[in-house]
Design a protein around this ligand. Structure first.
Ligand code: ADP
Ligand code: MG
Length: 302
């Protein structure tokens, strides 16, 4: 915390900032939501990426107080991604209701996913490093629609920004044309929601609903450290059921399967549980085939 706090203070005093930006940022840092976030997450934030983190804090604060075109209908939240601070946008109640309605129109359920994923198309998916993943995606769709027994999903592994989430969305859209319904969710956010509702019936309800989805896509698995409970009682239960019922399941991750196994072997308290991690990975490997996606970081192209 010391480290991050000092870095932020140092950054605020650095000469490269304009007076306006310094003043606004100073205000943002005093915001109670920002302070709470920094307090809770300081250990997982890279203090060297301070200008990026400061820009995110500023963006969050600005959108929280004046909804912009970008954030209207959504509320901003600070998150840690790859040890950097980022702003994520979650649908507010009004948007959620609208999205629920439009799910019937578009037929695919997005949980905590950016809604522009609905526009993702396989036709737009091209470029170096992506051909293998595209080929496998087309094969999956072809095999699944022609009912060739159990067809495993894909495990898309690759760096941040190469288009893994986009490809999942494009596959879901393509399947929907043939009336196949997909549930796609941002796994780290789902895990937080589950943790917040421990002990209530809604955990069981949600797990039951999700585990039986016709096609399930778990986006960004491994992006956060996972508690043993989430790993074994939530993820494990979902995957076990899907394996028994032969239901295709997709994953995206910044980790390869091998790296994910290592990640899952250490719980939030830092204890090693290699056997439990192996058990999860056996299910992941049964349900999906690993494809490495590479190429340029698309997030900087816009
Ligand atoms: P990842 O999930 O691998 O981190 P994303 O799927 O979020 O990456 O892609 C990063 C950005 O690039 C997103 O804004 C996404 O909408 C955009 N993007 C990725 N692939 C394409 C594509 N083929 N056409 C248009 N935009 C794309
Ligand atoms: Mg992604």
């Amino acid at each position: 915390m010391e480290n991050l706090g000092n870095k932020l203070a140092e950054y605020l005093n650095s000469k490269n900032l304009t007076e306006d930006y310094r003043r606004l940022l100073n205000g943002a840092l005093k915001d109670p939501d920002v302070q709470r976030f920094l307090k809770d997450n300081s250990n997982s934030i890279n203090p060297d990426a301070i200008s990026t983190s400061a820009a995110s804090i500023y963006e969050f604060y600005n959108n929280k107080n004046h909804a912009s075109e970008l954030s209207r209908g959504y509320y901003p939240k600070l998150i840690v991604n790859n040890h950097n601070i980022e702003v994520a946008y979650y649908p507010n109640e009004k948007t959620q209701n609208r999205e629920k309605r439009s799910q019937y129109e578009t037929g695919f359920v997005l949980m905590d996913m950016p809604s522009d994923i609905r526009q993702a198309k396989l036709d737009d998916y091209s470029g170096n490093g992506r051909q293998e993943a595209l080929g496998q995606a087309l094969d999956f769709i072809d095999n699944y629609l022609n009912q060739k027994g159990f067809v495993p999903g894909l495990y898309l592994a690759g760096d941040f920004g190469v288009g893994k989430t986009y490809l999942l969305g494009a596959i879901a859209n393509e399947l929907f044309k043939s009336d196949v319904h997909t549930t796609m969710m941002h796994f780290p956010t789902f895990a937080v929601e589950m943790k917040n509702s421990i002990g209530s019936n809604s955990v069981l309800d949600k797990v039951n609903k999700i585990k039986g989805a016709e096609i399930l896509m778990l986006d960004d698995i491994g992006a956060d450290s996972m508690s043993s409970w989430i790993r074994d009682e939530v993820l494990g239960v979902i995957l076990q059921y899907r394996m028994q019922e032969n239901l295709p399941t997709f994953f995206s991750s910044n980790f390869s399967m091998k790296e994910l196994e290592k990640h899952l072997a250490i719980n939030q308290r830092g204890e090693e549980e290699p056997v439990k991690a192996k058990r999860i990975m056996e299910r992941v490997k049964y349900l999906s085939r690993e494809v490495i996606v590479s190429g340029p970081n698309r997030r900087f192209e816009k």
